[in-house]
Design a protein around this ligand. Structure first.
Ligand SMILES: *Cc1c(COP(=O)(O)O)cnc(C)c1O
Length: 655
């Protein structure tokens, strides 16, 4: 197994508070330092203003009473928070969260008392720019144009999470898709518009963007009265103005477009379609093949849509599925889109990389260029699979991406991110006429996005989050030599975990059949288990659920009783496909006929391990929490099997 040299290891020593709170004095020093700094800032605003709270106030009974109430409540809160889930611990392998990076945590704490509101520069003169910079940092990581001086520069912003970023992707794609139809309806002269509604609604997003750009230039060249009139005319013909019902009533040759996503897609996609009013029925879930979206199925659906004149809004690739960490073939999905667009069925390609986005750090050189697969592969057993490399390399050609800094970015919750390839399309999101031309020159990039609230789904929102992400990306740039070192640890941990799981399976063969159901693409590893001799899905599921019961948050018990935290997910026939499902059933010794229509036994319950903690392999003390975990699992398996063995008298006594 590849060992990290001590030299590289020490580079991450100052990154986190640490499992033991090892860096407590560093954190404390920084927090106090910047709290004082904040206080000086207050005092220096108008030093001539005297203190409004008397220096004696702190001796007044009311003051003291307030302080004691506050203390009591805070202590209660602090005490109850001790029941929290220990995300920081290498014993935590549950969901997509781990310890927080110190630069982000400190930047967030330090920014909080300034309380910037990133809705606009009026309430966040500093942090709005930081948020736009974060968009550029992430754009660089995925290979989009990130130089604001270029007309087609990317744009990204933060959201409360991946859910809202996915929603923003839908909203933007629909705006772009329907805009050429509005231009036609308004009868804009001079521009070369598509010949009919169908072709206007099904342009390639790049062609739609060019058209939008031409329209804006045309508009800018109009005398001001005419400009206002034309803007109004187009505005009132847009889908956002009319609503879906009226828009499709006016354009009877068009139908509400479909969204094509893999069956493994996160449920935020379902939410998004409901929220946008497209309806859940428009979400078409595509089967997987070999744990990746089946591009043959995608191609045949696209052909069907073309035949039936059924428009498609976007196809969604998932980079790191929430359940299994697997990567969809972004490259092949893009190729399918190009073919469809050539045949007149243009649509967007969005990548939901809420989980896997930061994996791109190990694929980037310091200068932003893409590393070769051979370079990336150094020191790993199997990473990166050819398909994973191809998917990452293809990101640059997609239309938009969702990335969650609050997952693999090790940042506090409240930070998802949406990034689109070409920022010009965001004009379609703006609430006010974004076609505001100051003089004749277009607004500069940064200036434009200082009115961030115009473009994002939210209104008021924390500037502290933006500061946290920005500072983190400055301290650890998003390439393989900086942030990538951290990402690398997670992949090494996953490989070590996979290796150890194989040993566990061999050693426990007489008691339980254990398999890693598929080669992990990243840092999420699943384990399917079935007690020896059992052939029924119900039996296996009861067993795995019991194992999991001891590995999940339970506020009624002292935290210390938990040895490890893990999570569960399921393998469903509709998600895996017949072939994969049969392979896994055979490997586990389960009978397909025992799959049940109801009661949750229409699927196999499996353990799921998120291997984000950088100290899963503790080089300092020579402890592998992965080994400890499998020792623990072995003990639990033996115990559960012994408990379940019906011993004559006790079995009857218990009934
Ligand atoms: C987590 C996740 C989401 C949702 O993100 P939130 O931050 O929880 O809103 C969407 N898609 C994928 C693939 C995810 O892993």
């Amino acid at each position: 197994m590849p060992a990290e040299s001590p030299l590289t290891r020490h580079r991450i020593d100052a990154c986190f508070l640490g499992p033991y709170g090892e860096n407590d004095s560093l954190l404390e020093k920084l927090v106090v330092e910047f709290l004082r700094d904040h206080v000086y800032w207050r005092r220096n605003f108008h030093p001539e203003d005297p203190p409004a709270i008397s220096t004696e106030a702190s001796r007044h009974p009311d003051y003291l009473a307030f302080e004691s109430r506050m203390r009591r409540e805070l202590h209660q809160l602090s005490a109850s928070l001790k029941k929290s889930v220990p995300f920081h611990s290498p014993r935590y392998m549950g969901h997509m969260v781990s310890d927080l990076l110190l630069p982000g945590l400190v930047a967030q704490i330090l920014t909080l008392p300034y309380n910037p509101n990133n809705v606009s520069e009026d309430s966040a003169p500093v942090t709005v720019d930081l948020e736009v910079q974060v968009g550029l940092q992430l754009a660089r990581m995925i290979g989009y144009v990130h130089d604001p001086l270029q007309a087609d520069c990317a744009f990204g912003h933060l959201t409360s999470g991946g859910t809202l970023a996915n929603y923003q992707a839908l909203r933007l794609a629909l705006a772009l898709k329907a805009f050429p139809v509005a231009l036609r309806a308004a009868g804009v002269p001079d521009l070369t518009l598509p010949e009919d509604d169908w072709s206007a609604f099904n342009l390639h997003p790049r062609a739609g963007t060019v058209l939008l750009d031409q329209w804006q230039h045309w508009l800018a060249a109009q005398p001001s009265a005419a400009r206002k009139q034309w803007r109004q005319r187009v505005q009132t013909a847009r889908i956002e103005h009319l609503g879906l019902v009226e828009f499709f009533a006016r354009h009877a040759s068009l139908r509400v477009p479909l969204v094509l996503a893999p069956v493994t897609a996160h449920y935020s996609w379902s939410k998004g379609l409901k929220l946008l009013g497209l309806g859940r029925a428009q979400l078409e879930l595509l089967p997987e093949s070999g744990m990746r979206l089946d591009t043959d199925a995608l191609e045949s659906i696209l052909e069907r849509c073309q035949r039936e004149r059924q428009p498609v809004l976007m196809s969604v690739a998932v980079l790191g599925t929430t359940e299994y960490g697997t990567f969809d073939p972004v490259d092949r999905m893009l190729a399918a889109r190009e073919r469809a667009a050539m045949a007149g069925l243009g649509h967007s390609v969005h990548v939901d990389a809420a989980w896997g986005g930061y994996l791109a750090t190990v694929f980037r050189n310091e200068d932003g260029s893409l590393r070769s697969r051979d370079e990336v592969a150094k020191g790993y057993n199997a990473f990166p699979p050819v398909e994973v490399y191809a998917a990452i390399a293809a990101l640059a050609d997609t239309d938009s991406v969702t990335i969650d800094p609050h997952k693999l970015g090790y940042l506090p919750f409240g930070t998802g991110a949406f990034i689109c390839r070409d920022h010009r399309v965001t004009a379609l999101l703006s609430e006010e006429a974004d076609y505001v031309f100051s003089g004749s020159a277009t607004k500069s990039y940064l200036e434009r996005y200082r009115g961030l609230g115009q473009f994002i789904p939210e209104g008021s929102k924390s500037g502290a989050n933006a500061a946290a992400v920005y500072v983190t990306h400055r301290v650890l740039p998003l390439d393989h030599l900086h942030f990538g070192r951290l990402t690398r640890q997670t992949i090494l941990a996953a490989e070590a975990f996979h290796h150890r799981a194989t040993r566990f399976a061999a050693e426990m063969r007489d008691h339980v059949t254990a398999i890693v159901p598929f080669q992990p693409d990243s840092n999420l590893v699943c384990l399917a288990l079935n007690p020896r001799g059992n052939t029924s899905v119900v039996g296996a599921n009861v067993f795995v659920r019991r194992l999991h019961d001891d590995m999940r948050a339970d506020p009624s018990q002292p935290l210390q009783l938990k040895q490890f935290f893990g999570s569960i997910t399921t393998l469903r026939p509709e998600a895996l496909g017949e072939v994969e499902m049969r392979r896994i059933f055979d490997a586990l010794g389960l009978d397909m006929a025992t799959l049940d229509g109801d009661e949750g036994n229409d699927r196999i319950v499996i353990l799921r391990h998120t291997l984000m903690n950088p100290y899963l392999i503790d080089h300092e003390n020579g402890i592998s929490y992965i080994d400890l975990y499998f020792d623990y699992l072995e003990g639990r398996v033996r115990q559960l099997l012994a408990d379940n063995k019906p011993t004559d008298s006790s079995a009857t006594a218990r009934h």
